[in-house]
Write a protein that binds this ligand. Sequence first.
Ligand SMILES: Cc1cc2nc3c(=O)[nH]c(=O)nc-3n(C[C@H](O)[C@H](O)[C@H](O)COP(=O)(O)OP(=O)(O)OC[C@H]3O[C@@H](n4cnc5c(N)ncnc54)[C@H](O)[C@@H]3O)c2cc1C
Length: 455
Amino acid sequence: MDPGLRVDLERVVGAVHVLTEPEMLSSYAQDWTGRFVGDPVAVVRPGTVEELASVIRLCAAARVPIVPQGGNTGLVGGTKAPSGSILLNTRRLDTIGEVDRLSAQITVGAGATLESVQQVAREASFDVPVDVGARGSATIGGMVATNAGGTRVIRFGMMRAHVHGLEAVLPDGTILSRLGGLIKDNTGYDWPRLLAGSEGTLAIISAVTIGLVPTLSERTVVAIGCDSIAESVRVAMRFRDTNQHLWAAEFVTRAGCELVADQLAMLVPPVFDRPITLLLEFDGFEAALLSVAKSVDSGDLCEADVTVAGPGSPTQADVLWAVRERHTEAINRLGVPVKLDVSLPVNNLGSFADSLPFVAPGAVMFGHLGDGNVHVNLPGLGVEGREIEAAKAEGDILVLVASLGGSISAEHGIGRAKAEWLHLSRSSAEIDLFRRMKQSFDPLGLLNPGCLIPT
Ligand SMILES: Cc1cc2nc3c(=O)[nH]c(=O)nc-3n(C[C@H](O)[C@H](O)[C@H](O)COP(=O)(O)OP(=O)(O)OC[C@H]3O[C@@H](n4cnc5c(N)ncnc54)[C@H](O)[C@@H]3O)c2cc1C
């Protein structure tokens, strides 16, 4: 790095927050899966929005590209820093305000982790509406930047829907603040929500006002064994349409559960022995039991295929969830995976599942069934030397998704992993509009170059 720039950056954030030693850089430069390894010249960790703005101004003046980074749990290479760039890590922007009970909102720094915000919200009997498995590391800024989804989208929608205010720094160092938290505010372009899903390509988010929801009162988890994806879709949608307390509708496959049992030496309950297991979470015990009983009475469900873990058995509920949430970890044990996160119209999920083994033998699926969101994992294919094979499998799967009316990214974003495939989900007119929006926010093209928009 240019020595003058380094001195200036150290003056702004303190020498201890400008990391340049290779051994210090490596954990920031490599992503969670190990598939994407960047080559930044430094990691810079500002502690306030003013420091963040000064760092951005210095980098702009020196024409040094910046890659924003939160918890580094993104799965599409969005934080893979190009050679010569600076990784701007937001973890020190981790202030958490008090819960505003009247407006059901909380304002937090972009670097606060989801888990730490959940903790504060739950102490006040509220909850963050979006939840993801990476909650211990994923930051609120990163979750807004990727418009994260997760397990509760069927009930509450995605992260963008809960952005009630935002503070961000433009690529020229201008600080934009709109943290007021007004629910109704039709005063022109909604730039805070535009930044949701922009993957660090338009501005760097420094703080967020999030809308909260009442916490789960009587958590009830129901696991249902099914013969096929098509059957599990039918069952899940019937629960969705008859029980407004449904918070989550997830699915796993027998092959995935066997992997969890084998790789993590975990005791997987027998309900997961069926080809597909549907995992439902409800807020409320009585209503959940009633829904299950009605389905059994009407012959839609066989009682033997159902396991219910009510509020009285939180450990059993945690075990059922753990089988679903530990899939990612189990898959990683087989070597660096290629991970594809796609969505399909729910009526085409069955066709997708039937076709997948033909285009990608050995693929492991799981996901958020209620939103038509499938995570397709190709274990061990993300290693060096298998790039051509990986690109072919990725292409074949994404083309299949597009042919069935789906999206090549449900919730993880485009990042660098899928930029070349964006045309499968967006028209050339749309991609052209993206380029013009990027140009107007970031005329020098210094913010996260190569991410989201194809080069
Ligand atoms: C085990 C596991 C489970 C997961 N489950 C889910 C899931 O259910 N649903 C889901 O949607 N995702 C899931 N993810 C993916 C990931 O957790 C989310 O994408 C999350 O939102 C990323 O947050 P982060 O702070 O780690 O961001 P990072 O990985 O650091 O960054 C992600 C992207 O956002 C940009 N960015 C980060 N911070 C900022 C900022 N302050 N301002 C502007 N741009 C920024 C980066 O440049 C990058 O493009 C999972 C990941 C793992 C490892």
